[in-house]
Design a binder for this molecule. Structure first.
Ligand code: 13P
Length: 334
């Protein structure tokens, strides 16, 4: 796989006015989302829900790629069309979550490290054959009393860099996601400082592992006050703080940055992205890779009638894609 091909995929992922839909919930995570709206977590319901999302008419107008879970990349529509074919036919690049989730980091209470490196080379080769052209690995950084530690940040950066190098070796664009978690009572300045240290560490590790930045996408968290801080930051403050930390840590050779929504409201996630792009141009396209902020309204509608609400739910997915696609251009109006 040439660097040019990786770079081409990475650029297509952040094409103007387009972003990513994250539908890569593990079975344990989708169980929580389904339970929240009273849907049984059966394999058929998971399949039907992912068919609803991926089958949204004209989704490719605003969505460049979708991140799938291992089960989903092997599934098909009710009519028997593999999801990967449905996606490619609609101009949507198949992506795959390849980490095995965060586990407690021994010796570091309250902190986690993402696992999944063992056997990753073979898994990536299989996913490539199944049609995936990019992958995702999420590291989780918690903020609390005396955390994150340097040990936790380093362990997660090291894992992200090893994953990214393996992805590029196997022809997949690595999406590297160091998520600084919103939960906590920390203020926005603390989130800024932690995000800065985390991103510096990550790009240092990527460099040490010879990861080609031109074929890499960063999935970043925004700089926000902790959910339990009692602090409310304005849209402009969040946009300015996030831009400042990215500009001071992310090399300009990176083809693009996409954001996670992380529990923000749909409206906030869109407004923050729009405000950042209004303040452009920036060294990289800034777009979205939202999970909950793309799906939650549709999931709620679908849960009310799994048979008859499919089209209505798809209209909601399309509307969220359009709003976020416009925000990726700084053209969204609330
Ligand atoms: P949220 O947008 O719901 O945070 O999910 C994005 C994601 O893929 C987290 O890894």
């Amino acid at each position: 796989m040439s660097i040019e091909q990786l770079a081409e995929t990475a650029q297509a992922m952040v094409a103007a006015g387009k972003g990513i839909i994250a539908i890569d919930e593990s079975n344990a995570t989708i169980a929580k989302r389904f339970a929240g709206v009273g849907i049984e977590n059966s394999e058929e319901n998971r399949r039907a829900y992912r068919e609803l999302l991926l089958g949204t008419p004209k989704l490719g107008d605003y969505i460049s790629g979708a991140i799938l879970f291992d089960e989903t990349i092997r599934q098909s529509t009710k009519a028997g069309v593999p999801f990967t074919k449905l996606m490619i036919d609609n101009g949507i690049i198949p992506g795959i979550k390849v980490d095995k989730g965060p586990q407690p980091l021994a010796g570091c209470p309250g902190e986690v490290v993402t696992e999944g490196l063992d056997g990753l080379r073979d898994r990536l080769a299989e996913y490539y054959k199944l049609g995936a052209r990019f992958a995702k690995w999420r590291a989780v950084i918690n903020i609390g009393d005396d955390i994150p530690s340097g040990t936790c940040i380093e362990a997660n950066s090291h894992a992200l860099a090893r994953y990214a190098a393996l992805c590029q070796e196997q022809g997949l664009v690595p999406m590297v996601e160091p998520e600084v978690i919103m939960d906590g009572s920390h203020d926005i300045d603390t989130c800024f400082e932690v995000t800065e240290v985390v991103l510096r560490s990550l790009f240092g590790s990527l460099y040490e592992h010879n990861v080609v930045l031109e074929g890499t996408i960063l999935k970043a968290s925004m700089v926000l006050p902790g959910t339990h801080s009692g602090e409310k930051a304005s849209v402009e403050e969040v946009a300015a703080a996030t831009l400042q930390v990215l500009k001071s840590t992310v090399p300009a050779t990176l083809p693009g940055i996409v954001f996670l929504s992380g529990g923000q409201s749909d409206e906030d996630a869109t407004a923050h992205l729009n405000a950042m792009n209004l303040a452009g141009p920036h060294p990289w396209p800034l777009s979205f890779s939202y999970g909950r902020a793309m799906q939650s309204a549709a999931l709620k509608l679908w849960s009310q009638d799994l048979v008859n609400n499919v089209a209505k739910a798809q209209q909601t997915v399309f509307a969220r894609a359009r709003d976020n696609g416009l925000a990726a251009l700084g053209q969204w109006q609330s």
